[in-house]
Structure formats: structure tokens, C-alpha cells
Design a protein around this ligand. Structure first.
Ligand code: GRF
Length: 199
């Protein structure tokens, strides 16, 4: 199975996916920021790494259609958002319906959006975590594929909590991608995703 990974920054989730040595081909890594460290990581693995600078496009729609063109050249079965920090247009999301995955640093549906760790601490939750989900037009609301829980400690800061959640992200994202590649993710008629048993 071929996938394309979209990043914006350091690429630690990309590294986790590479390190997992899944039976998938990462056909390309694309960043909207030319200085993303994840691009060098991809190149060091011999993976085509492209920067498509959103600042050089007049509108979000223009940029997203250029992005679709760049991705579709590789004909991926799955597009993986790994720390991709741009809001996607509805057109983009619809184009990849059912084959666009994201990882979000909270236990959705709690804390969609930004600053999840500070918000979790402010709310006083004792359990926090991360979620892999399919992307739909409503931000951070798509069908949930897999979650990992992390216990909140009384002395946590947003940074210490983020570090433990990130470690959990690195664990679950490769697993969710493997399940997709094995054809084990089944979307029910109510939109929820179930995991089919291994044959
Ligand atoms: C992760 O926390 C991810 O959940 C969020 O952005 C961060 C990306 O980190 N969407 P990295 O670039 O994979 O290191």
C-alpha cells in the first residue's frame, strides 16, 4: 500500500511511522513549510520530500488544489497527516474521504483544536491522551480509529504532559496505519469505525 505523509515541522510521528517498518511504501513526504525538519528525515530514508509553500498561493483553495495535484502524482491509497498544521478546505477533505488520517493530541471529542495539553490541565482532567481519526470537514470530529490514554500527574506542566502524550502518539499512529493497510478498518453505516479481527 502506498501512502503520502503531510507534515509541517519536526516530524517525530513520521519518524515513528518509519521506525515501525510497516509493510507500506511511503511514496512521498510533503510539507507546507520548506524548513520542516521532517523533510530531511524523509530524504535520509531515500523518500521523495517536497515543500509546497502555502505563502506562495493566493488562497487556501488555490493551495489545496496544488497540494492535491502534488499528492495524486503518487496515487496513494492513504494520506497521513503527521503534525500538518494547516486547516484543510472541504474540497481537499472530500477528495480524500475515507483515506485521510490525522493524529490529534487529546482524547476526542474532548479538546478539539489547539493548546490541548494546557486546556486539559486547566480543566483538571485526570486522564488525557491522543486520538487517530479519519478526517472529515468538521475539524477534529471524524470517526475515531484508535486512542491512547495518559494519566495526568499533579505536577504536570503542558510540556511534561505533551511529552508523554507524544510518546503515546508514536505508539498508536503506526498501528492505525497498519490496520488500514490490512483492510481491517470498517466504517459502519452510522459513521463509526470498527476493527475487523485478523483472519
Ligand atoms: C503532534 O503532537 C500531533 O498530535 C500534532 O502535532 C504534533 C506533531 O508533532 N497534530 P511531529 O511533527 O509529528 O513531531
Amino acid at each position: 500500500m502506498k501512502l503520502v505523509v503531510l507534515i509541517s515541522g519536526r516530524g517525530s510521528n513520521l519518524k515513528a511511522i518509519l521506525d515501525a517498518q510497516l509493510p507500506v511504501e511511503i511514496a512521498a513526504v510533503i510539507s507546507n513549510r520548506p524548513d520542516a525538519a521532517g523533510l530531511d528525515l524523509a530524504r535520509s530514508h531515500g523518500i521523495p520530500a517536497l515543500a509546497l509553500d502555502h505563502r506562495q498561493h493566493a488562497s487556501r483553495v488555490d493551495f489545496d488544489s496544488a497540494l492535491i495535484e502534488a499528492i495524486d502524482r503518487y496515487q496513494p491509497e492513504l494520506v497521513v497527516l503527521a503534525g500538518y498544521l494547516r486547516i484543510l478546505t472541504d474540497g481537499f477533505v472530500t477528495h480524500y474521504a475515507g483515506r485521510l488520517m490525522n493524529i490529534h493530541p487529546s482524547l476526542l471529542p474532548s479538546f478539539p483544536g489547539l493548546d490541548t495539553h494546557a486546556r486539559a490541565l486547566a480543566a483538571g482532567v485526570k486522564i488525557h491522551g491522543c486520538t487517530v481519526h479519519f478526517v472529515t470537514p468538521t475539524l477534529d470530529h471524524g470517526p475515531i480509529i484508535l486512542q491512547a490514554a495518559v494519566a495526568v500527574r499533579s505536577d504536570d506542566t503542558p510540556d511534561t504532559l505533551a511529552a508523554r502524550v507524544l510518546a503515546a502518539e508514536h505508539h498508536i499512529y503506526p498501528k492505525a496505519i497498519a490496520w488500514f493497510a490490512e483492510g481491517r478498518l470498517v466504517e459502519q453505516s452510522d459513521g463509526r469505525v470498527n476493527l475487523r479481527d485478523n483472519d
